[in-house]
Design a protein around this ligand. Sequence first.
Ligand SMILES: C[S@@+](CC[C@H](N)C(=O)[O-])C[C@H]1O[C@@H](n2cnc3c(N)ncnc32)[C@H](O)[C@@H]1O
Length: 368
Amino acid sequence: GKNESWRLWILYLVMLTRNARIFITRFYHCVQTVFTRYIGVTPAMAESQTTDTGRESPKPEEGEEKRPQFGGRFLTNPEDVFQHNAWDNIEWDEEQEVTARKKTQEQLNSALSTEKQEEYEELADEYWNKFYQIHQNRFFKDRHWLFTEFPELGPDVKPNEDVKSVVDSPAFPGQGAKRRILEVGCGVGNTVFPILQTNNDPELMVYCCDFSSTAVQLVKEHPDYNPDTCHAFVCDVTDDKAEIPFPDQSLDIIILIFVLSAISPEKMQYVLNRLAQLLKPGGKILFRDYGRYDLAQLRFKKGHCLSENFYVRGDGTRVYFFTQEELRDMLTKAGLTEEQNHIDRRLQVNRGRQLKMYRVWIQCKYRK
Ligand SMILES: C[S@@+](CC[C@H](N)C(=O)[O-])C[C@H]1O[C@@H](n2cnc3c(N)ncnc32)[C@H](O)[C@@H]1O
């Protein structure tokens, strides 16, 4: 009756405003893209990087570069705390856990609306594009920890055999390679280029993808990018229609470094299932990401929490904080076997300002 049609009209109007908003934001981002490409960073964009959270930006490993290797320096006498820049395997006491739990509960109490959550999900790639337009490759890190933590990425590693379906598959880039590595969410190539340089092996193919076309473009413009040994492509790994330029069961290694945390928690299991299909039997996922109650989580101010342990930064990029159990659960559900699931609790110290910063990272290796 009349009531029904009113309800339909209202629903229609709600849908229209929501889509219009998304359309306008996308359009706005497009204009900004043109601006940054031809004119440089607009003041508005530069500002969006320094919002109320200030330092919040995807710099996952602040301070890590100063250290030779993980797990080597232990704090036995609390009075020594300001003697060094960092301490490994720090134990958290009950009180510290309770304070952290309380803090995250408070953040959750002021969680953003579902509408806002959907908007950040819908526009996730745009926010990352914007991030890379502003920072370009200034976030480039010298990751010398990469090969000590993941010797699987270095030379002298025997590749797994190709299965028949891969040998028989229609031509694909890297088909002739003996060993194939994929980095998901590669950004500007912080991991890809060290791997290519260290291995210098014509039989190795390194694939890398990111859903930010700006990031992929930067990888392709890098002087070390050579299509014979590296294939960068734009791909949203949460999209079940995404085209992957190589067949299932063709990869020796998949690398996930600070990338699963950028994906909505509801889509993580799908992503891991899909990635597991791409591995050869015996192939591995190598993972490093944020752990629960890391300093980066605890310092989020009100109005940044999207859902439990999932946040949006001032620049619109998102971040999740994992426990070891959550990762174990998802990775085994994807049909993989645990080789490593390690929590890295480090105390970083700013000696000048007498500041203590508790960092938490998780590192995993799971085999098919
Ligand atoms: C914190 S950055 C890490 C970049 C890189 N792995 C590194 O360690 O330097 C997260 C990256 O994941 C990418 N990303 C986020 N969600 C993605 C998705 N659904 N599909 C593909 N890439 C994604 C972002 O564009 C960004 O480059």
